[in-house]
Design a protein. Structure first.
Length: 114
């Protein structure tokens, strides 16, 4: 059974930083792709950032230059470093992994106050 357990998140002022972590019960090196999505109230879940097995990264235009996705295979953990946060980044953030099928973390709230 694959489990993704998220930590981090919370309330921060605009311009601040947060780091999200996603600890996996399996090797992150086995993940075809892993990363982060978010969902704000009344909107669809959207891609934030992904990292492939080979280390290639992909970002939503809205977070490029501010967010960084990374992976520590020794700890089986995927991270999302979020800098220069904006109120429009407020959402529930979900860790995601594709290991022949899709798996999701439990979600964590990020709230950015203006």
């Amino acid at each position: 059974q694959v489990r993704l357990v998220q930590s981090g998140g919370g309330l921060v002022q605009a311009g601040g930083s947060l780091r999200l972590s996603c600890a996996a019960s399996v090797s992150t090196a086995s993940m075809i792709v892993s990363g982060w999505y978010r969902q704000a109230p009344g909107t669809q879940r959207e891609l934030v950032a992904t990292i492939s097995r080979g280390g290639s990264t992909n970002y939503a235009d809205s977070v490029k230059g501010r967010f960084t996705v990374s992976r520590d295979d020794a700890k089986n953990t995927v991270y999302l470093q979020m800098n220069t946060l904006k109120p429009e980044d407020t959402a529930v953030y979900y860790c995601h992994a594709n290991i022949l099928r899709e798996y999701w973390g439990q979600g964590t709230q990020v709230t950015v106050s203006s």
